[in-house]
Design a binder for this molecule. Structure first.
Ligand code: GAR
Length: 197
């Protein structure tokens, strides 16, 4: 029996596509749901094209009531019975109750070499700091933002002429390599951190 993976997105879903494409053949997992908090997320159509069930839990009607939003998320997820949850550009902060309910079974990809640059604008901050390298991190999700045990990292150089956009364009293909690799390892029970390239 394959493990069931729910993928949570907010945007174009390029990491979701990379994960979903990887879950074929002898891979121990299959995607069971793509869930977005934004009805207009481009990744929803891409998931449908790939034959993956989709759902939307729009955060806006819930306003500041995060508990109610997370309750609705839980309901949508429970229906899909995931064994693992992969956050892939999901841009809402999840509270301790939600995270605790999925402890050890929820992964996230973040576009920096954690523990550097938690939060937003990671590439601009790496450039402003004069860093010579940047990258991305896949980690287990814990209640603290962009924290939790690191499962994998990929590094790229920062070039003198880089803008946040050119750096993001160099990091993103590494995200698409790293996240499927880590997901496969975790699905096989291996949480030993890996480094790319
Ligand atoms: C990715 O770069 C991902 O690392 C980042 O959002 C982008 C989503 O792109 N995630 C975060 O910043 C989470 N804090 P995608 O929708 O094309 O996968």
């Amino acid at each position: 029996m394959s493990l069931r993976v729910a993928i949570l997105i907010s945007g174009s879903g390029s990491n979701m596509v990379a994960l979903a494409r990887s879950m074929q053949g002898d891979h121990p997992a299959r995607p069971c749901l793509v869930l977005s908090n934004r009805p207009d997320a481009g990744g929803l159509a891409r998931a449908s094209e790939m034959g993956i069930p989709t759902a939307v839990v729009d955060h806006r009607p819930f306003g500041a009531n995060r508990a109610a939003f997370e309750g609705a998320l839980q309901e949508a997820l429970a229906a899909a019975r995931p064994d693992l949850i992969a956050l892939a550009g999901f841009m809402r902060i999840l509270g301790p109750d939600f995270v605790g309910a999925h402890a050890g079974r929820m992964l996230n990809i973040h576009p920096s070499l954690l523990p550097k640059y938690r939060g937003l604008d990671t590439h601009a901050r790496a450039i402003a700091a004069g860093d010579s390298e940047a990258g991305c991190t896949v980690h287990e999700v814990t209640p603290a933002l962009d924290d939790g045990p690191i499962l994998g990292q990929a590094r790229v150089p920062v070039l003198p002429e880089d803008t946040p956009e050119t750096l993001a364009a160099r990091v993103l293909p590494m995200e698409h390599r790293l996240y499927p690799l880590v997901l496969r390892r975790v699905a096989m029970g291996d949480k030993t951190p890996i480094t790319l390239p």
